[in-house]
Design a protein around this ligand. Sequence first.
Ligand code: SF4
Length: 122
Amino acid sequence: MIRNTQRLSPLTDAWNWQLHARCRNMDSDLFFPHDDERRGERIRRERVAKEICIQCPVRSQCTAHAVSIGEPFGIWGGTSEAERRQLRADTGTSRTRSSRPPLRISGRYHSRIIEKMSVSPT
Ligand code: SF4
C-alpha cells in the first residue's frame, strides 16, 4: 500500500499553471464556439481569444494540456481544434496522422509545445 502512494504526485503541481491564466475570470464564451455561431463571428471570436492567449504566461502549458487530453473544443493556448489535431499528429499522440498542411505556429513556440508534450508527469 505504501509503495502505491509513493507513486502519486500532488495534483496542485499539475494544475497550478491555471492560476496564472490570462483568461482566468474572463467570459468562457470568448474561447468556445456557440451553437448558432456564424463563420464570420467564429473567426472574429477566435481572433480575439488568440490575441489574449498570445500574451498569456502559461500558454505553452495550456496548449500541452489541451493537446495531451485531446480537447476537442475551443481555443486553448492560442490554438484552435484543427491546430491541436495537427500538434497531436506531430507529437505522435494522435491515432491517425493528419494529412493537413503544417500549422502557422512559430518554430520556437512549436518546439516548446513538443518539448512539453514529451515530458511525462512524475
Ligand atoms: S493560453 Fe489562452 S486559453 Fe490558455 S490559459 Fe492562457 S489565456 Fe487561457
